[in-house]
Ligand binder design. Structure first.
Ligand code: PLP
Length: 424
């Protein structure tokens, strides 16, 4: 695509966009009398207009049917998850039986590490990123301590090389090979929240397996944003939240993937609760846990139906749009953002800003993280005042994430026009 730096060009791309109708399915916040240019879909996705109607239906069923709603509601609560797993499985590239909708992200990470981080004296190391999202680092450290090991020794943190912003793939693989037999688990954010780097999951998984270690990924910034084939790539486990690219509401219900190699083993080590019991016998209240086959066996409690209603509203839109079309548009949008940012440097003859996200579109999703040379924090403040919502992540990054369901090329052109005028 040969991009042009004009408003007309952006408007033309929008007119030709096969997904343009989807924007109207979302509530776009208004500031100073106009819709904001929203680039924070990586933090909190916008609300689907249908979410209210879906939640209202369950509130109505609760009011009118009370306990009967478990089986008689328009969408019976007892089997609500069945309406969600199929679309979720498609989005991440899994089989339906490998997906469960449950809890929230960090809780799920803990539950999965209970199953997949079972260290012993010889094999107790975890490889993660130094620049991982803090919650993941806390989870990892606490798991290591729980098993009586010392995070200083057992947690191996990957860092970018001196002067670089992202971790080189070869350095991930070298670390895996270096720690070899002492490695229990490789646990990375599939897309790093700060830099936007998308790791090579199949190669990392294969390398971990060579040494008898597991590979698990936090998909917080990957799910609904990049192409993954977790089943085919033989990933052991993954977990995600749904309030970012999946637009399912603040604190929305999370999800897990457990590869069927593990999930179909009835005795796989895990923390259990009654909703992970086989639904066929759950209400016979058996004394001994009989796990539901698949990832659903990791479910512990009965499910948060109101949160799942919002999730369902959003997933139906994903189903309609299709990940392939979304990813295609995403590449064009982010490519346009990258082009306009580079134009700022070209026009001014100096590097006023630096994009730290990889320029290879296979190593990123829609997010670009930029470091402003002189007045980053101030520029971010000015953008917000103009209704250009991007987010600030200390120490010095502004993240822009144009998402294909509701962002337009014009959003980007306008946002970067303001950005340019505020740089010194
Ligand atoms: C957003 C995010 C979280 C947040 O965790 P919650 O348990 O949902 O609060 C955790 N890890 C990563 C990598 C994230 O991007």
């Amino acid at each position: 695509m040969h991009y042009q730096n004009t408003k007309d060009f952006a408007v033309q791309l929008d007119a030709a966009d096969p997904l343009k109708g989807f924007r109207n399915r979302y509530h776009i916040p208004i500031l100073n009398g106009r819709e904001v240019n929203y680039f924070c879909g990586n933090s909190l996705g916008l609300q689907p207009k249908s979410a209210k109607q879906y939640i209202d239906q369950d509130l109505k069923d609760w009011a009118e049917l009370a306990i009967e709603g478990h089986f008689q509601a328009a969408n019976p609560w007892y089997s609500y998850h069945e309406k969600l797993v199929g679309t979720m499985a498609k989005i991440i590239g899994a089989r339906d039986s490998e997906v469960a909708i449950m809890n929230s992200l960090t809780v799920n990470l803990h539950l999965l590490m209970i199953s997949f981080y079972r260290p012993d004296q010889r094999r107790n190391k975890i490889i993660c990123e130094a620049q991982a999202f803090p919650s993941d680092l806390y989870a990892i450290d606490s798991q290591v301590k729980l098993h009586g090991f010392d995070p200083e020794e057992s947690v191996i943190k990957l860092k970018p090389r001196e002067g670089e912003q992202t971790v080189r793939h070869e350095d991930v693989i070298n670390a895996i090979n270096l720690h070899g037999d002492s490695l229990s688990l490789v646990m990375l954010g599939a897309v790093n929240y700060y830099s936007g780097q998308f790791f090579d999951l199949p190669a990392i998984t294969a390398a971990a397996h060579t040494h008898g270690a597991f590979a698990g990924f936090d998909l917080a910034h990957a799910v609904g944003n990049v192409h993954t084939q977790l089943h085919t790539w033989d990933v052991d486990f993954a977990c995600w939240c749904t309030y970012k690219y999946l637009n399912s509401g603040p604190g929305g219900v999370g999800g897990i993937f457990v590869h069927e190699r593990h999930a179909k083993k009835a005795d796989y080590p895990r923390l259990s609760g009654w909703f992970g019991n086989d639904p066929k016998t759950r209400f016979t209240m058996p004394e001994k846990f009989i796990p539901a086959p698949g990832a659903y066996g990791w479910q512990i409690s009965n499910e948060p139906v109101l949160a799942m209603a919002a999730h369902r509203a959003s997933l139906e839109i994903f189903e309609e749009a299709g990940m392939d079309r979304l990813l295609e548009k995403s590449k064009l949008l982010t490519g346009y953002l990258e082009y306009l940012l580079n134009e700022i440097n070209n026009d001014s003859g100096e590097k006023k800003l630096n994009i730290i996200t990889p320029s290879d579109s296979n190593q990123r999703g829609c997010q670009l993280s930029i470091v402003i040379k002189n007045n980053g924090k101030e520029v971010h403040h000015k953008l917000m005042e103009h209704g250009i919502l991007a987010d600030w992540r200390g120490p010095d990054v502004i993240r822009f994430a144009p998402v294909p369901l509701y962002n337009t090329f014009l959003d980007i052109w306008e946002g970067i026009d303001v950005l340019k005028s505020e740089l010194v």
